[in-house]
Write a protein that binds this ligand. Structure first.
Ligand SMILES: O=C(O)CCC(=O)C(=O)O
Ligand SMILES: [Fe+2]
Length: 214
């Protein structure tokens, strides 16, 4: 007899130790996610932040949750306020938190409660070089990443910058979860291609990353 138990994503691909690509996991929530991003950006507009080294990031960023990730000439940090408005960041919508928790659970991480959601907006040519997500204090919680809009190539490496990377196409509604052994693995995205587009967002890609900060 066919077991129709809990709904599972169409495919679940292992991309590293304790790291999973959940194809299409957020697809049915995609329109609601995009609408919520628009509301968040009305309060905390997308901006191109500058790294301590003086490099202007090609992805525009906003945040929601108890903390947002900020960078300026003084360094990287989590801040409870948006430095642009000196107001708290918009709250994480219930849908975001619930979806992130479900994705984490599906990848083997129970009880994930995100405190921060970084929102990246990529236009043609925007990228994110290989880096570790290491500004959080708690590395026992995973990172949950949701992709919306135009497709991009995700690079997933290892614990050292020089480790070889594998390449994964991230499409509208895909979710990546990495934690445990992979929590501090290097990762990034290739420049958004000139022809990359999606019917809903055009030549724009959004990425949401959920993190436990403290
Ligand atoms: O855009 C992505 O898929 C990755 C984003 C990322 O690694 C980050 O915001 O730290
Ligand atoms: Fe990252």
């Amino acid at each position: 007899m066919l077991d129709l138990g809990a709904p599972e994503p169409a495919t679940k691909q292992q991309i590293g130790p304790d790291a999973w690509l959940l194809k299409g996991f957020a697809l049915s929530d995609a329109d609601a996610l995009l609408a919520a991003i628009e509301q968040i950006a009305a309060q905390a507009p997308f901006r191109h932040q500058v790294t301590p080294g003086g490099y202007t990031m090609s992805a525009a960023m906003s945040s929601c949750g108890a903390y947002g990730w900020v960078t300026d000439r003084h360094g990287y940090r989590y801040s409870p306020q948006d430095p642009q408005s000196n107001q708290p960041w918009p709250a994480i919508p219930a849908l975001f938190a619930e979806l992130a928790e479900r994705a984490a659970h599906s990848a083997g991480f129970a009880h994930f409660a995100p405190e921060a959601c970084l929102i990246n907006r990529y236009t043609t040519g925007a990228r994110m070089g290989l880096h570790q997500d290491k500004d959080e204090q708690d590395f026992t919680a995973p990172i949950v990443s949701i992709s919306l809009g135009a497709p991009i190539t995700f690079l997933f490496g290892g614990p050292n910058r020089s480790d070889p990377t594998s390449r994964w196409l991230l499409e509208h509604g895909d979710v990546v979860v990495w934690g445990g052994v992979s929590r501090l693995y290097f990762h990034g995205v290739s420049p958004l291609g000139k022809k990359a587009s999606h019917p809903t967002t055009g030549a724009v890609r959004y990425n949401l990353t959920f993190r436990k900060v403290r």
